[in-house]
Design a binder for this molecule. Sequence first.
Ligand SMILES: [Zn+2]
Length: 413
Amino acid sequence: MVLGAVTIAIAVSFLFEAWLDRRQIRHVLAHREQVPPLFRDAVSIEDHQKAAAYTVAKLRLGVKRAAANAIVIFLLLVTGGFALIHSIVMMTFGTGYVGSVILVEILVLISALVSLPFDYVRTFSIETKFGFNRTTHKLFLVDLGKSAALTIVILTPLILAVDYAMRQLGSWWWLGVWGIFVAFNLLALLIVPTFIMPLFNKFEPLEDESLRTRIGTLMKRCGFHAKGIFRMDASKRSSHGNAFFTGVGPSKRIVLFDSLLERLTPEEIEAVLAHELGHFKLRHILKRFFLHFGGSLLILACLGWLIEQDWLYESFGIDPSVAHDMPLTGVLLFLLILPLVSGWFKVALSHFSRQQEFAADSYAANHASAKELGSALVKLYRDNASTLTPDPIYSSVNDSHPSAAQRIARLHA
Ligand SMILES: [Zn+2]
């Protein structure tokens, strides 16, 4: 029964995603012959068609990636792959802490191996073909090595902490695990910008004096304090441009991609930063955290009940008594099933995110300039080859940002 339900859930999730992607491909191709009137001054027909081809190429790869993921989940859950790995690990390393760590890391490795060929094709075939890629094969390998090392260094103590909480705290273990989760996320806010990101990129204080002054004035006007304004050498991997804030308290900083600095005028950079400041001032980041933490508490509470049910293990071919000796087993099964269910909440989350983008745009319009933000957005869409004509249904499920046309229409209003 459970296996049948899981099989159906895998198939339905995959088919839904593929259906949306197909809609998007058709919609983009159907609109590739004409630049929408709103963008005719800034976007040439060549740029517009490049964006269409780029969007379609990414979507086609996305469908293959989704198919590969669906197959792997099917093999693990339905055909007994997980039970097999579980029993091999248990017989070799036992049901103690070592066995738990190895079991989790094997699953992480499998998921990384499934992603790797797609990341490779994305970088060296699609991004290269459309002129965005600046990553060399060597840099790709170095990044891979650093990420793998970092994953092991961060994941291992985390697994041990969760496993310890599960073994020691009895039926309230999930509250302890939630505490670990919250603490880990807060710690990440502090250490990611200061210790982790510098492992991958160089951060230099922004040198341009007049731009610094401009940004300084904007921050004063918005009542915002950051510890510094940095230029990041994003262009060593890709020519896509961006700007963001990271960190909290002492690690709070503004980061501008060098690729953004090269392309936008100072007035446009100010408007883009005002948008990012808007996210901060309107407490979007805080709200996302509350949503994130609240959601995870709810999920963990369900998990607290679920992992005590013997049918869960029996359904997937695992001896319940062994699973109780190795409590992470239930968590892992749950994590494999969860995306099949949680994916359906994406519509609501995307909607929530798009509302915040509109709000940040209007904050930028009030504290900088609507006109400059509009022209910056058009440049970013054009230079990133983002489609100007998304399918409305695809967009309402998948897009965290409203379409360029919607954003600019609101800015003009
Ligand atoms: Zn935003």
